[in-house]
Ligand binder design. Structure first.
Ligand code: DC
Length: 221
């Protein structure tokens, strides 16, 4: 049976950076489920559809094929055959993802893809509802968090490094808005699973956060 590790938590908590390194260390694949919601959001944005319009977004699903591929262990996401791994990383795509992720049909649409990967592979999967909904039987569940300021600081640095022109306050506002939306939606809201271990890595850099998570996982494997 495949070993599944679920990591949930709010935007910018370090889930993907840490999970990527930990999965390499363990020889597992890393699955970033946020990329799937971002891809569905990107399709609507490109078509000029309001990502909050549930009916309009739902109607696009029949035209979308979302696939995940792994190149040298790194996840790539494909939208109708196009590699959109970079295109989904803009602030606009982040908010679009948060909007479409509140639409039940979108969650259903992406559910089997996530479940199938976990069934067939030892993996670390990160998202918002992995421990609660997608993989309730995961062997290890972590809820990884950090203060909103620490998370905004990290996102801000990432975006500046990529050459995006952003203000810190806007990044912080976006984080707070997404936190609120992600944890208050009706379906599969962001929340800690009862059997998840809470890990706050506010004061940690990436190396420290990775060590912390790895030690928690190794104790339980
Ligand atoms: O992890 P991320 O920032 O790339 O996720 C983008 C959005 O997708 C996030 O605001 C909420 C949504 N999401 C979700 O609802 N469920 C998941 N399992 C992963 C992401």
């Amino acid at each position: 049976m495949a070993i599944n590790i679920a990591i949930d938590g709010p935007a910018g908590a370090g889930k993907s950076s840490i999970a990527k390194l930990v999965s390499k260390e363990l020889g597992y694949i890393y699955v970033d489920t946020g990329a799937l919601y971002r891809t569905v959001g990107l399709y609507s944005i490109r078509k000029g559809i309001d990502t909050k319009d549930a009916d309009a977004v739902t109607a696009t699903l029949k035209d979308i094929k979302v696939e995940l591929g792994f190149v040298d262990g790194a996840q790539h996401v494909f939208l109708n055959g196009e590699d959109v791994s970079e295109a989904i990383r803009t602030p606009e795509a982040s908010m679009g993802a948060s909007n479409v992720s509140a639409i039940p049909a979108v969650r259903t649409f992406l559910f089997d893809l996530q479940r199938d990967i976990a069934k067939n592979n030892n993996c670390i999967m990160d998202g918002r509802d992995i421990g609660t909904v997608v993989l309730p039987d995961a062997q290890i569940k972590l809820f990884l968090t950090a203060s909103a300021e620490a998370r905004a600081e990290r996102r801000y640095k990432e975006l500046i490094e990529k050459g995006e022109k952003v203000e810190f306050q806007d990044v912080l506002d976006d984080i707070n808005k997404r936190d609120y939306q992600d944890s208050h939606r009706e379906i599969a809201p962001l929340k800690q699973a009862e059997d998840a271990i809470l890990v706050d890595n506010s004061g940690c850099n990436l190396e420290e956060g990775t060590k912390l998570v790895l030690s928690i996982i190794r104790e339980r494997l």
